[in-house]
Design a protein around this ligand. Sequence first.
Ligand code: SF4
Ligand code: SF4
Length: 87
Amino acid sequence: MPEKVFYSPELTNRNYCHNCKICINVCPVKALKKTVLDIEVDRKICAEYVLSIDECIRCAAACPQGIIKLVPFVIADDGQIKRVESA
Ligand code: SF4
Ligand code: SF4
């Protein structure tokens, strides 16, 4: 399997997160988890789902604060996932 690009969430500004957990609840594969200071993303679970349906924007679309941005990652054939850094 060649490298594949998928879009996955990142918080743009954690200070504006109200801990409502809506993003966590709308994720169909439970790839998001609340930690003490952050929303943690299981990239592998997110990648598997996103690549199986081409695109998923549920968490980003649902955030009432508008602080979830979908950014590109690549998953290699060995399962390693890396953020695509913008030029
Ligand atoms: S992009 Fe979809 S699969 Fe990935 S964390 Fe958000 S809701 Fe879940
Ligand atoms: S939906 Fe937005 S405001 Fe609510 S917990 Fe998730 S990131 Fe925070």
